[in-house]
Write a protein that binds this ligand. Sequence first.
Ligand code: NAI
Length: 336
Amino acid sequence: MKVAVFSAKPYDVEHLNNANANSAVKGEHEFTFLEPHLNQQTVALAQGYDAICGFVNDTIDEGVVEKLSSYGIKLIAMRCAGFNNVDLDACEKHGLTVARVPEYSPYAVAEHAAALILDLNRNIHRAFARIRENDYSLNGLMGFDLHNKTISVVGGGKIGQTLIKIMKGFGCRVLCYDPMPSDIITELGAELVSLDTVWTESDIISLHCPLVRSTYHIINSNTISQMKRGVMLINTSRGGLIDTPAVITALKNGKVGYLGLDVYEEEAELFFEDYSNQVLQDDVFARLTTFNNVVITGHQAFFTREALQAIAEVTVQNISCFCSGDFESICLVTSH
Ligand code: NAI
């Protein structure tokens, strides 16, 4: 199959080419790697291909889907777990199959969430800067023991369950909210609770649910008002889960004590690119970067060797199964 790979980075080229070369039918697919994000402006680049491969910051809305369909594209193979940036209704309407990589390494993301928690709690980012400045004072660096603290995991899927295991290891009381909870959550020692309990009882809240209508801005001024003063918020899931201006207000008045982000609602304009020679235009993001109790990484939670290899292998397998009509083995979001 001829596949146009959008938002392609050098590490995508390396891993997808390796997976293609080592798949059952070696070199079965022809990948063309394109740097731009897929959106209304770039969709014409997909002409002449059979499938496109997308990533988290591509905008695969109705207009784009319509064009892809008119070019004869039959498959959208997402090389990520989330698919909130794909208009599934439009895909259904235009007969496009959408595949994804549901679980490549829950460890990568859960461990990154744990890294943000530890960094924020022990002020590692500030200590790093101080030592470089020959400043060995400890004022302002005091943390708290994680042992016996209450952490809530919102979304008890693959990543949430992995974080539950990690935080149980620290001796935390772990709560979990999930509208469709798996038995594994309680088997791992977490308590299934309501969202109200999450807001009122947590010292730390970590988001691991998908971005859907019901979770859009799940962290907002109303939910923040119910939280403990000084709560730590962690978001490695999707930026749209958080109403950022509301969190900025809460950081300024101390209601939110720590914020760890790997995702940001307007990240499509920023993340994965080097803008170090330009002036930052996003004032909300700029404000976030001024807080000494905020740590931000640029959507890198997935970014481990093991995860990238698994993503590439499943993506190639999805495309191969689509070609052979083996729909049972594709990780489908929607099919035709
Ligand atoms: P999963 O599908 O295994 O688990 C998601 C869980 O969320 C499910 O148990 C589901 O029942 C639950 N859920 C659904 N609606 C909910 C709601 N309204 N409130 C609370 N929970 C709800 O997904 P997985 O693999 O654990 O990934 C979770 C999220 O992590 C993805 O949706 C994606 O947005 C994000 N992610 C971020 C990455 C990064 O690099 N930062 C990489 C991979 C995933």
